[in-house]
Design a protein around this ligand. Structure first.
Ligand SMILES: CC(C)(COP(=O)(O)OP(=O)(O)OC[C@H]1O[C@@H](n2cnc3c(N)ncnc32)[C@H](O)[C@@H]1OP(=O)(O)O)[C@@H](O)C(=O)NCCC(=O)NCCS
Length: 163
C-alpha cells in the first residue's frame, strides 16, 4: 500500500515549537548577529501573538511567518520554509495566511524588508503582488525596556506661553 502523502498544516505558534522554530531560522539564514531569536519570540508572544504562525509537514515544523499590525501598516517578519520543502508553494501559503489575518484586522497595506544580501527572495514576493516601494528603510535600535506593553499614552503637560 502507498504511503499517505505528507500533510501540510498552518497553525498558531505554541511554546513547545520554540527550539524547532529557532533551528529552522538558522537553517534558512535568517539569524544574523544582531538578531536574538529567543528574545524575538518572547517579545512577539507579548504583542499580537495570534499573528505568529507555523507550518507543519506531518506534524513537524517546516515553515514560519510572523506578522504585526500597528494600526496603519502591517508588517511581515521571519518568513521561512525548510530548505527540504522549498518550491512547493509553502511560502506562498504562509504569506496568504498572514495576509488574510492582517486583512481581517482592516490592514490596508503590508510592508516587509528584504536584506540587500537576499536578492533571490525578491521574485518570490513579486509573484505575490509585492513591489518595490522606492523608499529607503531606516532603523534605530532602542535599549530594551522592562515591559514594552503600554495600554494608553500618558498625558504630558507642558507649560508654555501661547500669547
Ligand atoms: C523565500 C521562501 C520563504 C520561499 O518559500 P517557498 O516555499 O520556497 O516558495 P514557494 O514555493 O511558495 O514559491 C512561490 C513562487 O515564488 C518564486 N520563488 C520562490 N523562491 C524563489 C527563489 N529562490 N528564486 C526565484 N523565485 C522564487 C517562484 O516563482 C515560485 O513558484 P515556482 O516554484 O512555481 O516557480 C524560502 O525560499 C525561504 O525560506 N528562504 C529563506 C528565508 C528567507 O529568505 N525568508 C525571507 C526573508 S525576507
Amino acid at each position: 500500500m502507498r504511503d499517505k502523502s505528507p500533510e501540510f498544516k498552518i497553525r498558531s505558534y505554541q511554546a513547545s515549537d520554540e527550539s524547532a522554530v529557532i533551528d529552522l531560522w538558522h537553517r534558512c539564514n535568517l539569524v544574523v548577529p544582531q538578531n536574538k531569536p529567543k528574545k524575538d519570540i518572547e517579545m512577539k508572544l507579548k504583542i499580537q501573538p495570534d499573528l505568529f504562525f507555523v507550518g507543519t509537514v506531518s506534524g513537524r515544523i517546516a515553515a514560519t511567518v510572523m506578522a504585526g499590525y500597528d494600526g496603519h501598516r502591517g508588517w511581515i517578519y521571519y518568513l521561512a520554509v525548510d530548505p527540504d520543502y522549498q518550491r512547493k508553494q509553502i511560502g506562498h501559503r504562509m504569506m496568504e495566511k498572514a495576509e488574510s489575518e492582517l486583512q481581517k484586522l482592516g490592514c490596508p497595506k503590508i510592508n516587509l524588508q528584504v536584506r540587500t544580501s537576499n536578492q533571490a527572495v525578491i521574485s518570490f514576493y513579486e509573484r505575490l503582488g509585492f513591489s518595490n516601494d522606492d523608499v529607503i528603510g531606516l532603523g534605530k535600535r532602542r535599549p530594551p525596556s522592562p515591559d514594552t506593553r503600554c495600554s494608553s499614552v500618558p498625558e504630558i503637560i507642558y507649560n508654555i506661553r501661547l500669547d
